[in-house]
Design a protein around this ligand. Structure first.
Ligand SMILES: Cc1cc2nc3c(=O)[nH]c(=O)nc-3n(C[C@H](O)[C@H](O)[C@H](O)COP(=O)(O)OP(=O)(O)OC[C@H]3O[C@@H](n4cnc5c(N)ncnc54)[C@H](O)[C@@H]3O)c2cc1C
Length: 408
């Protein structure tokens, strides 16, 4: 009989980090990491930035290369798809029928790019960006230059827009909402992002709905907007969000609610099964569930899930934090800005730094934009938040008041 052990489904940031952490924690049993991509675990952030512009190759952001996994005694099964969980027998069933037994199971299946409902002839020509294979295909397309239409003014779409400009493409971004980054970024910062894209020659079409996509007579693509406008495109990228890959869990009878529902220890309703990273919905401290799509969260939850699979019983306490690089600007959002009732601005050279205070004047979020020179101030601002400190608004706003001094 096969030895039981730790099984991880999904060899992304979360799954890869969890596998490495299990060994770092001294676990000496069997570890199986199952991934349906052909590549070993790699970081996704460079896909829309340095990889697309040719500044970094995949090896540079592969954080658990096959060699390292082999040395750590981690069995990478890739490409292999987990098709079902047999909870009664504590086994994962692969698409080919093979069964892998587990003592503890981690579901780290992440998200998939949301697709546009399109006829097959057009669907094959539209790009999405989630995987290295997607990025490779997009990179080859953009290398030919021409017109790129980006559908969706969120992070992925805007990062690709900035990279495509660097590659010499003409770029148009079509966004449904009246502004960019409506889901996660406060208005003043989103306006700076919009201005920077316009300065780079990107056309932003806001308040616009794509009605249809088709193939034009010359072989290019036609993007028809609801208001009758027609955009000609050599390439189309749809960056319209990502959906949790929670089907395995749902079919196994585990609760899902916009992601696999876990407790503060990242355990599902089955104590043998954990879920972490982009695919999970976890308690966020105000009685609700958070569903984050961010590198830091994936990495930290992967490590914590591994410790908890070994019985540590630790609650997840990391502060949400994500960044987005576009042109020379880095945008950062930390904490829970949506819980804020009031914005306090601190002047920082070359950028903007906003503190989000709730109705009781508690610091609940920090957001910023700027070149690398603002990074230090932002780091201190995040530390205030992490430590649960709430200095007076006047102190936060006063550039003569050192943030470091407020940390004491
Ligand atoms: C292009 C891009 C740029 C990004 N840039 C940033 C950034 O600048 N800053 C930031 O904070 N965050 C960024 N992110 C978000 C960050 O990369 C994600 O939050 C992180 O990758 C989530 O990791 P994960 O392991 O939970 O999920 P994923 O990365 O989605 O990995 C899940 C893996 O599981 C596999 N899988 C799913 N189902 C199965 C199955 N049944 N069997 C086997 N394998 C399966 C998937 O194929 C995938 O390989 C970016 C994401 C993308 C796509």
């Amino acid at each position: 009989m096969q030895q039981r052990g730790m099984v991880i489904v999904g060899a992304g940031q979360t799954g890869g980090r969890a596998a490495l952490t299990l060994r770092e924690q001294g676990y000496d049993g069997r570890i199986v990491l199952i991934g349906d991509e052909p590549a070993p675990p790699y970081e996704r952030p460079p896909l829309s930035k340095a990889f697309l512009t040719g500044k970094a190759e995949a090896a540079a952001f592969t954080f658990a290369a096959e060699d390292a996994l082999r040395k750590a005694g981690i069995e990478l099964r890739a490409p292999a798809r987990a098709a079902a969980i047999d909870r009664g027998r504590q086994e994962i069933v692969l698409a080919g029928g093979e069964r892998i037994p587990y003592d503890r199971l981690l579901l780290a299946t992440g998200r998939a790019a949301r697709r546009l409902p399109l006829a097959p002839a057009v669907a094959d020509r539209v790009h999405y960006l989630r995987t290295l294979a997607d990025a490779d295909r997009l990179k080859q397309g953009l290398a030919r230059g021409g017109d790129l239409v980006v559908i969706g003014g969120g992070f992925i779409g805007l990062e690709v827009a900035a990279s495509a400009v660097a590659l010499g493409c003409r770029v148009t971004v079509v966004e449904l909402a009246p502004r960019l980054l409506a889901r996660a970024v406060p208005v003043p910062l989103a306006e700076i992002v919009a201005a920077r894209h316009r300065a780079a020659g990107v056309e932003l079409i806001l308040n616009a709905t794509v009605r249809a996509l088709g193939v034009a007579e010359g072989g290019g693509l036609r993007v028809e907007l609801l208001d009758g406008r027609v955009l000609a495109a050599d390439h189309v990228l749809a960056g319209i969000g990502a959906v949790p890959r929670d089907r395995l869990a749902a079919e196994a009878g585990l609760p899902v609610d916009g992601g696999i529902v876990v407790d503060a220890m990242l355990a599902t309703s089955d104590p043998m099964i954990f879920a972490a990273g982009d695919v999970c919905a976890f308690p966020c401290g105000n009685g609700g569930l958070a569903r984050l799509e961010a590198w830091k969260n994936a990495d930290a939850q992967g490590a914590l899930a591994a410790r908890n699979m070994l019985g540590a019983g630790e609650a997840y306490r990391e502060l949400p934090w994500f960044w987005s690089d576009q042109y020379e600007l880095t945008l950062q959002v930390a904490g829970w800005p949506e819980r804020g009732a009031r914005l306090v601005e601190r002047s920082v050279p070359g950028g903007r730094l906003l503190f989000h205070l709730d109705a009781a004047a508690r610091l609940v979020g920090v957001s910023s934009i700027g070149p690398a020179s603002v990074a230090k101030e932002v780091l201190l601002a995040r530390m205030l938040l992490e430590r649960g400190l709430s200095p007076a608004a006047a102190q936060l706003a006063d550039p003569a008041q050192k943030l470091k001094a407020l940390l004491r």
